[in-house]
Design a protein around this ligand. Structure first.
Ligand code: COA
Length: 233
């Protein structure tokens, strides 16, 4: 199976007809893995589609292939990309990765300042999250919003979470902090320039023309940023 056989998009209100199928697959997958899940109703999934806060994937033949949605906590300070599920017949083709990329982009667009986090027992999701820049964290670094933790009540491991006083459980917590990423982007930029000295010289020449010679202004800086993106694309 090839990833090009799929269409991954922000879910639209007309996709609500797939809510029942999605919820059933979420529950069956959780049962098959013998792990926990925060159960969701078809109405909840439908609302996410209505609000433009979910991503859906289809096979080219029109059949439903995968889904994931956005939740916000602590008044929008935290975002979770939850309920990731891929139809069993379409697994191991890179679809979960494509869905997570899309929902991550959507989350960054809708909530640029929010920390994005996830709780998971799955290796596939840990891998995908790491690629996106998430890092493993302790539960204390996640939202402390009671509503979020209520979602764990329907999980088979809830007793463990309670016993551990919410400090730990079977899931690994992972977090993407946009504030920290700014430093990382700067670091990557510096490393990239070091690896390509000719490009660095060119970059410095352009920078000088745009920023140093004329009075440094916002337009010049924006143009520089654009060039940077263009050069390293
Ligand atoms: C977990 C799930 C979403 C993965 O979907 P998928 O489309 O098969 O995943 P992908 O093909 O995009 O794989 C992503 C990566 O994870 C790896 N992977 C996929 N399934 C895996 C598995 N069961 N165990 C270990 N690694 C796995 C892939 O090899 C790939 O790694 P790579 O980037 O190094 O090649 C899917 O199996 C599923 O829906 N499971 C049931 C619901 C679930 O567990 N959801 C997650 C809740 S947190």
């Amino acid at each position: 199976m090839d990833i090009n056989e799929f269409i991954v998009q922000v879910a639209l209100p007309e996709h609500r007809v797939f809510a029942e199928e999605i919820v059933t697959e979420m529950a069956e997958s959780a049962k098959a893995r013998g792990t926990g899940i925060a159960k969701r109703s078809p109405e909840y999934i439908s609302n996410k589609m209505q609000e433009g806060k979910s991503v859906i994937a289809f096979h080219k033949d029109g059949s439903w292939a995968g889904f994931c949605y956005i939740e916000t906590w602590s008044h929008g300070q935290f975002v979770a990309n939850s309920g990731l599920v891929v139809s069993p017949k379409y697994r191991k083709a890179g679809l979960a990765k494509a869905i997570k990329n899309e929902i991550f982009g959507l989350s960054r667009k809708l909530y640029p300042k929010a920390k994005i986090f996830g709780l998971t027992t799955g290796l596939a999701v840990m891998k995908i999250n790491s690629d996106l820049g998430y890092e493993p964290v302790t539960y204390s670094e996640l939202t402390q919003d009671e509503e979020f933790w209520k979602g764990c009540q329907s999980c088979v491991n809830f007793e463990i979470l309670k016993m551990k006083e919410r400090k730990n459980c079977m899931c690994t917590a992972m977090l993407y902090d946009p504030a920290e990423k700014k430093h990382e982007v700067a670091k990557q930029f510096a490393e990239e320039l070091q690896k390509k000295p000719k490009l660095y010289e060119r970059f410095m020449r352009i920078k000088q023309r745009l920023v140093v010679k004329p009075k440094p202004n916002k337009t010049g800086l924006k143009a520089l940023l654009f060039l940077f993106t263009f050069l390293f694309k």
